[in-house]
Design a binder for this molecule. Structure first.
Ligand code: FAD
Length: 432
């Protein structure tokens, strides 16, 4: 059986940050991930709507960590944990394997939650993985290419009025105004709360709603999905009345569920979970009664910290610092909140920054652009990202469509490169 000092599970924001931090002290580390890439989830909606090519937000994790000599990357899905024996079991293309560790950092993320209606997963489009984004992109292209009298194909329902829902609804609508300009299009954004972007509230939520409505998105707040069938979604509004919308596209961004590995870890370490299956970790990020097992990021719940990349990254570094002896064992984790932002559509974003600074509109959008450019510094081709965005936002190209399924209607753009998310710094969060 293979042996190492520290195993990190997951190649997302948390796992990558932890592995890089461990490498600073040359801690022998094996990073095991079910996916080959480090996925930059905040830009998935841009892949789904053709703004960016898919592979450009998902560089191979082995490449990102290539310069870290003490980190070995293994492709595998972890299926079992024996916490007393300190042994992990994982599945690779070659079969089942095991590895013994001294310390373990679990950063396996989250998937969509469907509020007890798991069957809706089959009837909706999620936006969590690269496959999700490319599948939605191909479907959107089909829908826009459908005959104009196929109104269900031209009707798009986005469920969940958090940042992801606002961003994808805004971009689908923008496909109609700036790309498929002669396609009939109806976009609905459905939210159970009384406001869009409920965690922002006030002026920022109002701005998001007004901007989307002005752009032609039909915003339905206080509305709950009660049924999804092939070809239709049924909603119940605040007045209790039900309405059915004929549609071939329901994008689901309403709920979060911890990845199945959380249950495995919970059982092995006797750790409690919340209703979404997230591990209720200790203040120092350890799990249950184990001082040698840490869990971080979206699969955990601590102090109400949001499911955002800066939380996962800061937690990854904190856990790694305790393992490499730079922080005293048992030190509680404290999240440094640098603010949140969400794009509403081209030229419009909302920013909730520290010290009560709130920005909307073009100023907010410029801030979003600046922050993302800043975080793109470590990307393989930063210039390519600027060029893609320039073409999509100043012009009306959709560079990502060039790599998609054949388009039967509309234009295609050239592929441009964005590069890799290999940077050490944190993305300013947006509440999903
Ligand atoms: C559409 C979207 C937009 C977002 N936008 C923003 C934003 O603008 N700003 C922001 O701050 N946050 C944003 N987020 C949230 C942010 O992406 C997450 O908070 C962050 O990715 C969490 O990092 P993580 O390491 O916990 O999990 P992830 O980044 O999800 O990584 C999980 C990793 O674990 C691996 N894995 C899962 N199960 C196993 C297993 N059994 N064995 C091995 N590997 C496994 C996966 O392959 C993956 O590599 C967004 C999320 C989404 C979905």
């Amino acid at each position: 059986m293979r042996t190492t000092h520290t195993v990190v599970i997951g190649s997302g924001f948390g796992g990558l940050a932890a592995a890089k931090q461990l490498a600073k002290s040359k801690v022998p580390t094996v990073l095991i991930s079910a996916t080959d890439e480090h996925l930059f989830q905040p830009l998935l909606y841009q892949v789904a709507t053709g703004v960016l090519p898919a592979e450009e937000i998902a560089p191979p994790i082995a490449g990102v960590l290539a310069s870290k000599e003490t980190v070995d990357v293994v492709r595998g899905r972890v299926t079992g944990l024996d916490a007393d024996a300190k042994v992990l079991t994982y599945r690779t293309d070659d079969g089942e394997e095991q590895i013994r560790y001294e310390y373990l950092i679990v950063a396996a993320g989250a998937s969509q939650g469907y509020f007890g209606h798991d069957e809706w997963a089959e009837r909706t489009f999620a936006l969590k993985t690269l496959d999700d984004a490319t599948r939605l992109r191909a479907h959107l292209l089909d829908c826009f290419a459908a005959p104009v009298d196929d109104s269900a194909a031209h009707t798009f329902v986005v469920v969940g009025g958090g940042a992801t829902g606002v961003e994808i609804a805004g971009q689908i609508r923008e496909l109609r105004t700036r790309y498929f300009t002669d396609a009939p299009t109806a976009v609905y954004l459905v939210e159970g709360a009384g406001d869009l972007l409920p965690v922002y509230g006030g002026r920022l939520s109002d701005f998001a709603r007004t901007t989307l409505e002005d752009a032609g998105v039909q915003v339905l707040t206080d509305s709950f999905v009660t049924g999804i069938d092939d070809g239709a979604v049924t909603l119940r509004g605040a007045d209790g009345d039900e309405r059915t919308i004929a549609t071939k596209t329901v994008v689901w961004s309403a709920g979060v569920q911890a990845t199945p590995l959380a249950e495995v870890v919970a059982e092995a370490t006797k750790c409690d979970t919340d209703r979404a299956g997230r591990l209720l970790i200790n203040p120092d990020l350890t799990v249950g009664a184990r001082a040698d097992v840490f869990a971080i990021g979206d699969m955990t719940s601590l102090n109400g910290y949001p499911g955002q990349s800066p939380v996962a990254m800061q937690e990854g570094r904190h856990a790694a610092d305790m393992i490499r002896g730079k922080t005293v064992t048992g030190t509680p984790f404290r999240y440094l909140d640098k603010g949140s932002m969400a794009v509403v559509n081209r030229n419009n974003a909302v920013v909730d920054a520290p010290f009560g600074v709130k920005l909307t509109g073009f100023l907010g959008w410029l801030t979003w652009l600046g922050v993302h450019l800043f975080y793109l510094v470590g990307f393989r081709n930063r210039f390519g990202a600027v060029w893609s965005w320039f073409r999509a936002f100043v012009g009306s190209a959709r560079p990502g469509f060039a790599e998609a399924e054949p388009v039967t209607k509309g234009r295609t753009g050239d592929v441009t490169a964005v590069g890799s998310a290999a940077d050490d710094r944190e993305l300013v969060g947006s509440s999903r």
